[in-house]
Design a protein around this ligand. Structure first.
Ligand code: 8YV
Length: 323
């Protein structure tokens, strides 16, 4: 029997590409340039499996028509708001993701952003590299102490919990969170955290707010102008979730006007576009979507995709089918 034809839309860790090429009739994207809508549509017509990443937009329109050949989308990543899962489902296409393996590294990046923005690490690095550091002085780049402060987490899933653990047990912070379902207080206490009933309750008491909820329609612009205004004066916002969870235009205004003190961002509304007004601000630390970017994690993510499509084509239930 011939091997399933699969398309890997970007370059993946070498060991994973080897595994894919051994198990499947795999086409690799040698150039590593993001595919456009026409190429993705063509891929759905000609491959049994397409393995997309967050840089591949798969809206409902791409699934329309009768000739779709793809049976599974093995997404490289835990977030899948770039795929219209409902539209895929109407074509009988299974969608899988890679939960669990990127939890620690994404929580680490959130911590890195929190520390960098609080302690003005980005500003300091830029100043030094520009040759503008004039020497030590008591008032130079004075930031905000982290220990003893309150951090508010929006979304208490795997990554939210791992971040809570770091904040509470590693950095002596008080941790509160909002989650759409109720979390057993004993479970929450294991991560040093306490649930509050609403997002507003969290914003009211938090010196730092960190977003760990999914992107997509349900949380689009959860942090809008009103919620940014409801943050404590002098508070910081951290986002390692998805860009669309924040109204970026409202965020820029809040940062420019000093409604909030700073932001640490790893994700943006229209990646890789990052608005110039945001890039011009000193009180932000901006990373290019690095949440899961470690050798260990990217390899583990890839191997999870291999497991998912292997199970699927062997007639078994893929371990990470998304609902
Ligand atoms: C991934 C992420 O690297 O898994 C996710 O949801 O945000 C990233 O860490 C990216 O999505 C690659 O597809």
């Amino acid at each position: 029997m011939s091997k399933p034809r699969i398309l890997v839309t970007r370059r993946w860790p070498a060991s994973v590409e080897v595994a894919l090429s051994e198990g499947f009739d795999a086409t690799l994207n040698e150039d590593d340039v993001a595919l456009d809508a026409a190429q993705l549509r063509e891929a759905l017509l000609s491959y049994d499996a397409v393995l997309p990443t967050v840089s591949d937009r798969l809206p409902a329109a791409l699934f329309e028509g009768d000739a779709v050949r793809t049976k599974i989308l093995g997404n490289f990543g835990v977030g899948f708001n770039h795929i219209d899962v409902a539209a895929a489902k109407t074509k009988g296409i299974v969608v899988t993701n890679t939960p669990g393996v990127l939890t620690d590294c994404t929580a680490d990046i959130a911590m890195l952003l929190l520390l960098s923005v609080a302690r003005r690490g980005g500003e300091g690095e830029r100043e030094l590299r520009a040759g503008a550091w004039t020497g030590w002085r008591p008032t130079h780049l004075v930031g905000t102490k982290v220990t003893g402060k309150t951090v508010g987490i929006i979304g208490f899933g795997r990554i939210g919990k791992a971040f809570a653990q770091r904040c509470h047990f590693g950095f002596g912070m008080d941790v509160v969170f909002y989650n759409r379902s109720v979390v057993d207080p004993v479970e929450a206490a294991r991560y040093g955290a306490r649930q509050l009933p609403t997002v507003e309750d969290v914003l009211e008491v938090s010196d730092f707010v960190s977003l760990h909820c999914p992107g997509g329609a349900e949380n689009r612009h959860l942090m809008n102008a009103a919620r940014l205004a409801a943050m404590k004066p002098g508070a910081f916002l951290i986002n390692t979730a998805r860009g669309d969870v924040i109204d970026e235009v409202a965020l820029i205004a809040a940062l420019e006007q000093g409604t909030i003190r700073g932001a640490g961002l790893d994700v943006y509304e229209a990646e890789p576009h990052v608005p110039e007004r945001l890039r011009a601000l000193d009180n932000v630390v901006l990373l290019p979507h690095l949440g899961s970017a470690t050798e260990e994690t990217r390899t583990a993510m890839g191997m999870k995709v291999v497991d998912n499509i292997t199970a699927f084509f062997a007639g078994r239930e893929p371990p990470d089918r998304v609902a």
